[in-house]
Design a protein around this ligand. Structure first.
Ligand code: ADP
Ligand code: MG
Length: 329
């Protein structure tokens, strides 16, 4: 769409909008009937499958620093979207990319597209379309995937008695952000691990697929454990009890307790999965952890009540002040 609201030329880029899309965002799309270049892409969902669709947007200054490394941004823009499909147990297949760019910085575009396509190639995802416009830096992906009919992992399926599990470790991305903001000084090992979690989250796609038929509910942890588990509880009309000491986190020394607790319970951007499964499925879940070489940790259980009770090691109920990140709170 061209703009009638500005005196600039329609694209506003030194490089023509067409050349920009052609050079940086047009690749073969073997999963599609028709990819980039027409007014719409054409896709076909396989027989017996449902289409899973999700959109996530990254806004400069809200989700990343304006001078963030473009390769890592390309990775993260797609990774956060893959994470949503992982949480549904869907196989990612297609994506569209809507970009608002302050200008056509070719070095930035090259590195951004390299980061994006490196991850897309890893998961066999085709970029099949998008939109490119001039404006404050804003990166939005719509991801599409397939899941066998009736088998998607929903937020609403948790049942009283279910175990609550999380993948990986929690709080690393938030600790990495605190490090970048100069609020903490992590030791070398922890710093590298936390910054990697912040900049290059690994979407848990293989885990989501393995959990089909095993998990009763699932969500990806983008806004913090308490907030995202809270969504499962609301959607499932259930309660939960979790053991703080059981939550997997990295070893940190000399970090303020309250800040550490906040990062683990409410830190966003980890993109691990939180899921619930019947206690009869423990062996199956442990086998998945071994096969994927991904730690899966049982942190509590679903109850018939309401809300989440968090227990300290001595059994006392903790009252976390904070919940997760809310853009409008
Ligand atoms: P229209 O004017 O019909 O919206 P555009 O000129 O915006 O078409 O886009 C031309 C083609 O390029 C379309 O197929 C569109 O999906 C694709 N496209 C535009 N921007 C991007 C992008 N950032 N990444 C991938 N495909 C893009
Ligand atoms: Mg367009």
């Amino acid at each position: 769409m061209t703009s009638a609201y500005s005196v600039a030329d329609s694209s506003g880029f030194g490089l023509s909008e067409f050349d920009l899309i052609q050079r940086y965002f047009t690749r073969p799309a073997p999963n599609a009937i028709l990819g980039v270049g027409d007014d719409a892409a054409l896709l076909r969902v396989a027989e017996g499958m449902e289409l899973a669709v999700s959109t996530d947007m990254l806004v400069s200054g809200t989700h990343f620093f304006p001078d963030a490394d473009p390769f890592l941004l390309g990775h993260k823009t797609l990774a956060v979207n893959l994470s949503d499909l992982a949480a549904m147990g869907a196989v990612p297949r297609w994506a569209t990319l809507a970009l608002a760019l302050p200008g056509a910085d070719e070095n930035w575009l090259r590195r951004f597209s390299e980061g994006f396509f490196a991850l897309a190639d890893e998961y066999g995802v085709d970029l099949v379309g998008g939109d490119t416009t001039r404006g404050p830096l804003n990166l939005s992906v719509t991801i599409m995937g397939e899941v066998p009919q009736g088998q998607a992992l929903r937020r609403s399926g948790a049942e009283a008695g279910d175990d609550i599990w999380v993948s990986g470790t929690l709080g690393r991305a938030a600790l990495g952000l605190a490090q970048l903001q100069g609020r903490i000084a992590l030791p070398e090992d922890a710093r590298l691990s936390c910054l990697a979690a912040l900049h290059q989250p690994r979407p848990r796609v293989a885990l989501g697929l393995a959990l089909r038929g095993i998990a009763n509910s699932a969500i990806d942890i983008s806004d913090g454990l308490l907030a995202d588990l809270g969504h499962i509880l609301e959607c499932s009309q259930a309660g939960a009890e979790i053991q703080f000491a059981a939550i997997p986190a990295i070893e940190t020394h000399g970090i303020d307790d309250a800040l550490f607790r906040h990062c683990v319970l409410s830190g966003g951007d980890d993109y691990e999965l939180c899921f619930t499964a019947s206690a009869t499925k423990r062996g199956r879940v442990e086998a998945i952890a071994a096969e994927l070489q991904l730690p899966l940790t049982r942190i509590g259980s679903i109850s018939a009540g309401q809300g989440c009770t968090l227990r300290a090691a001595d059994g006392r109920a903790m009252k976390p002040k904070e919940s997760g990140y809310d853009h409008f709170a």
